[in-house]
Structures are given as structure tokens and as C-alpha cells.
Design a protein around this ligand. Structure first.
Ligand SMILES: Cc1cc2nc3c(=O)[nH]c(=O)nc-3n(C[C@H](O)[C@H](O)[C@H](O)COP(=O)(O)OP(=O)(O)OC[C@H]3O[C@@H](n4cnc5c(N)ncnc54)[C@H](O)[C@@H]3O)c2cc1C
Ligand code: FES
Ligand code: FES
Length: 479
């Protein structure tokens, strides 16, 4: 059984299959067809809804936009789901809806509920409604007819000075209702939500074919795109050890189930040079769900965080409920979408050593679209200098091999060279050319990928010699 607030009403579900998406439930079971299905793969935003939960101190609410098409029902347990049908107040449109009308921000209207729900979530986040934040809030929504200018104008009109809407007026009641739903373990047909590592270990013994998930932004596509029946699912989000986020002994510990939205600021505090990569990781609704553990465990050769973790020499903590083992990420990926994880193991957390002052990090993502697109190539360089001499170089790449990969020869052969010299960069260029044999696919040709590798290396050299060369091409996307 799961219990949540569907708009204002307490809703109980006990008979649906665990792999039912929130989108299918809304449209097929509740007849709430304002939430649209465009792509069913998290790409278009037509299915956006708002997920509301108690904040950490239980005295306020946090609103986040999510893609209902890639979300399984158990994610709703103990939370409030707000759909577009519920925004108006006694026949009066919500300010974001009214602004969309006044700014002529809708034509065919298919995308409009999704844009409205992204803006509604943004409206409740008390963020400055500048152009950059609005673009970020809309990063998961596509419109094929209106164009984005009127939609951005509608966002500015409604979100600049938000007035109290019915959700703010009802906040105390909503908090009371949500508190009454707490501490209730989700279970549906073929879905389990362990509350501890021991329960998870037990479930894996009982159901060896069960599939684990956290954000479900990856695994849900097996149901929506490949029509697979995910008959046994285990939701990892309620296990406390998988939600840890702290610094201990100069090491950042990130619980495997935490969504990017919850780890971004901490990551940026310690690794500000990841700003552009994190900003360009999928879209806000995907980042509101997607976990670092899922990004590592799916072992995609085009995932964005494995190259970062390789360059930072992170440790993947594998767990079976009885014992942990620390696996260097450089030994974690064994082949195309395979890892060293044993059948009874899961990723508990990811550990990253904090950088020293002699370290320079850069992460580059090249993709066809700026937002919400998978990398053609992702390249990460982590350089340690001792008075301009290369003391250590660690790298990570995506999109150039069957697994996330390092340029081992580059890392070994440049030690001891003077980083300021153009000859060092040129030597690196010729080495990196022979490190990988990238493939041709829809995203990029092998030749283009090869060229990106050398050009990104060159860019890294130019940027990090910037004080001499007066070159700075980085963009900072987070304040
Ligand atoms: C529209 C869209 C855009 C995307 N853009 C990007 C992008 O820009 N860059 C990028 O890298 N990825 C991108 N992705 C892929 C995906 O969002 C990420 O890989 C995400 O981090 C997966 O995390 P999750 O929690 O949603 O994983 P889930 O779907 O929950 O799980 C993914 C896989 O990992 C396993 N798993 C999850 N957690 C654990 C654990 N703790 N231990 C063991 N196994 C586990 C699951 O069994 C499953 O096989 C995108 C996806 C979509 C739909
Ligand atoms: S239907 Fe396109 S993102 Fe969900
Ligand atoms: S108004 Fe037609 S897709 Fe946006």
C-alpha cells in the first residue's frame, strides 16, 4: 500500500503493479488527463507534475517538478502530488496560468500543462526570477510551436513578486496531513521499499531477480520504451545509509540514493569547477529525481558523473548488508554496462577526497543541445602541479569507449613536464589521440569524437594557463 495526497485528498493505492508510472496512474486510473504524454522518456516535459514534501525541519514544504512518465508510484508515498487540474482557485486561474494567457505563451497547448507545472514549482521555490533561473526551471520543457520568449515573459510576470496562492494559505493543513502519512512503508504488487540495509539484503535473498531503483529516470525507460514488465522492484530511497551527505576526514561522502538536486550545492562547494557540467546534466525535473548511485550503477559509457569520479579517483562503497567493501572507481567498470557489483550487492555511497590547493579540475561536456542532452564526449581533467611541474594527472572520459574510461598513457607520460610549455600540450595531444577508438553513432562520428578529445585537451591547457594567456572560457552557472 502507498498513501499520499493527490492534490488535497488522501489517496491510498494497494492493488497496482509497482512498475506503474505516475503518468499512467493519473491518466488511466484517475482520468486526470491534463498531464500529457509526449515522449514517455523524460525528454519533453509534457508530463511534468509537482511533488511536494515536508522540509527537513517539518515546518515547511518543498516543491519540485518531476517527470511523471519516469516516476514509479512508490515515489509518491508520504508526499503531495499536485497536478495541473488543481491549480486554479474557485474558477480563477493560478498566477502562472494567467500570465501564460496574457503573454500568449501557448498555441497548440500540448506542452502547456508541463510548462505551467514547472513554473508553478519554481513559483514556490522563492528563487530570484532572473533569466538564468527561469531558463533553468524550464530546462526540461520543450515547445514546438510557441517559441520560448513569451513563456519566459510569463515566468517573469508571475514569479517576480509571487502573491500568496491557495497552496500557501493551506500550508498548515497540508503539513498536518503529510505528517499523518509519515512512517508508512510503501508496498505494491511486485514493489518493496526496505527501510534498512538488513531488510534490503533479505529482500535480495528472497527475490534474486529484483531490480533496484532510486530516481528511476533510467530504469523506467525499460518499461515505457522497451515495454518490459518489471515484475519485482526495490525502491532504495528510504534506507538512511544511502542518504548520507557529509564530509569526514577530508572526504566527501554521498549516499547513493540522493538525487542530484540534493547534492549539487555540496558538490559545488568543494568542486566549483563542476558547475557547468552539473548545470548541463539532464534537466531540473530529472535532476530532482536522478541519483549519483544510479548514474554509476547503470555503467553507461556516456554517463556524465563516472568521468568526474574517475578523474577524482573516487571510491564506490559496495554493500551486502553484512559487509562494505571500498572499490576504487577505476576498477569498478568491467565492460559495456557491467560492473564489479555482485548479485547480492548494491552501492551504498560514493566517497571523494576533497581537493588540495595544488589541484586544478575541469569538466567538459559536448552534446548537440545545451540542456537535457546526453554527451557526445565528456572529458574531465584533474591536474596537480608542483611549481608548474606536473606532479599528477588523472582523467575521465565518457563517449569514447565501451565503459567510462581513463587516458592511462596521458596520465603516466606527462609527469615531470612543465605545464606552461606548449610542447607539453602538444605531447599530450599526440598521446590522447592514440588512447581511444571511439565509435560512430547517432550522437557523433568517431572522427568528430577523436577531434573533440584533442581539442578539449588543448582547451584545458589554454584555460589553466589563463593567468599567463588571459584566456578564460568557463561559464559559471550557479551563483
Ligand atoms: C531525459 C533524460 C536525460 C538524461 N540526461 C543525462 C545526462 O545529461 N547525463 C547523464 O549522465 N545521465 C543522464 N540521464 C540518465 C539518468 O538520468 C542518470 O543516469 C541518473 O543518474 C540515473 O539515476 P537514477 O537514480 O534515476 O537511476 P535508476 O533509474 O533508479 O537506476 C539506474 C540503474 O542503476 C541501478 N541502481 C540504482 N541505484 C543503485 C544502487 N544504489 N546500487 C546498485 N544499483 C543501483 C538500477 O538497478 C538501474 O539498473 C538522463 C535520463 C533522462 C531520462
Ligand atoms: S512525456 Fe515527455 S517527459 Fe514525460
Ligand atoms: S504550444 Fe504547441 S508544443 Fe508548445
Amino acid at each position: 500500500m502507498i498513501q499520499f495526497l493527490l492534490n488535497e485528498q488522501i489517496e491510498t493505492i494497494d492493488s497496482l503493479a509497482g512498475d506503474t508510472t505516475v503518468l499512467d496512474y493519473l491518466r488511466d486510473n484517475k482520468g486526470l488527463c491534463g498531464t500529457k504524454e509526449g515522449c514517455a522518456s523524460g525528454d519533453c516535459g509534457a508530463c511534468t507534475v509537482s511533488l511536494v514534501e515536508l522540509n527537513n525541519s517539518n515546518d515547511g514544504l518543498s516543491y519540485r517538478a518531476i517527470n511523471s512518465c519516469v516516476t514509479f508510484l512508490s515515489t509518491l508515498n508520504g508526499k503531495q502530488l499536485i497536478t495541473v487540474e488543481h491549480l486554479s482557485d474557485k474558477g480563477k486561474l493560478h498566477p502562472v496560468q494567467q500570465a501564460m494567457v496574457e503573454q500568449h505563451a501557448s498555441q497548440c497547448g500540448f506542452c502547456t500543462p508541463g510548462f505551467v507545472m514547472s513554473l508553478f514549482s519554481f513559483y514556490h521555490q522563492n528563487k530570484e526570477s532572473n533569466h538564468q533561473n527561469i531558463e533553468l526551471a524550464l530546462s526540461g520543457n520543450l515547445c514546438r510551436c510557441t517559441g520560448y520568449r513569451p513563456i519566459i515573459d510569463a515566468a517573469k510576470q508571475s514569479c517576480q513578486d509571487p502573491i500568496d496562492d491557495k497552496f500557501i494559505s493551506n500550508q498548515t493543513k497540508t503539513i498536518e496531513k503529510l505528517q499523518s502519512l509519515q512512517d508508512h512503508q510503501a508496498s505494491l504488487t511486485g514493489l518493496y521499499e526496505p527501510q534498512s540495509r538488513q531488510q534490503l539484503a533479505q529482500l535480495l535473498k528472497q527475490y534474486p531477480d529484483a531490480r533496484l531503483f532510486a530516481g528511476s529516470t533510467d530504469i523506467a525507460l525499460e518499461a515505457t520504451q522497451l515495454n518490459k514488465n518489471l515484475a519485482c522492484l526495490i525502491d532504495l530511497k528510504a534506507i538512511p545509509e544511502l542518504n548520507v551527505l557529509c564530509v569526514e576526514n577530508d572526504t566527501l561522502r554521498i549516499g547513493a540514493s540522493l538525487p542530484f538536486e540534493k547534492i549539487e550545492q555540496t558538490l559545488l562547494t568543494h568542486f566549483p569547477d563542476l558547475s557547468e557540467l552539473l548545470w548541463r546534466f539532464a534537466s531540473v525535473p530529472i535532476r530532482n529525481q536522478a541519483s549519483l548511485g544510479g548514474n554509476v550503477a547503470n555503467a553507461s559509457p556516456i554517463g556524465d558523473m563516472p568521468p568526474v569520479l574517475l578523474a577524482l579517483q573516487a571510491i564506490i562503497v559496495c554493500d551486502n548488508g553484512d559487509n562494505f567493501r571500498d572499490v576504487p572507481v577505476r576498477e569498478f567498470f568491467t565492460g559495456y554496462r557491467t560492473t564489479v557489483l555482485k548479485p547480492d550487492e548494491w552501492i551504498k555511497e560514493i566517497k571523494i577526497a576533497l581537493p588540495s590547493q595544488h589541484q586544478t579540475l575541469r569538466a567538459y561536456k559536448v552534446s548537440k543541445r545545451i540542456e537535457d542532452d546526453i554527451s557526445a564526449v565528456c572529458a574531465v581533467f584533474n591536474l596537480t602541479l608542483n611549481s608548474h611541474i606536473i606532479a599528477a594527472l588523472h582523467t575521465g572520459f565518457g563517449g569514447v569507449a565501451a565503459t567510462p574510461a581513463m587516458a592511462n598513457a596521458l596520465e603516466e607520460k606527462l609527469i615531470g613536464l612543465d605545464w606552461r610549455k606548449a610542447s607539453t600540450m602538444e605531447t599530450g595531444k599526440s598521446i590522447i589521440q592514440s588512447c581511444f577508438s571511439p565509435i560512430d553513432d547517432v550522437r557523433a562520428s568517431a572522427e568528430y569524437r577523436q577531434m573533440l578529445l584533442t581539442n578539449l585537451w588543448h582547451r584545458f591547457w589554454l584555460e589553466t594557463n589563463a593567468s599567463d594567456n588571459k584566456i578564460e572560457t568557463r561559464v559559471t552557472h550557479y551563483a
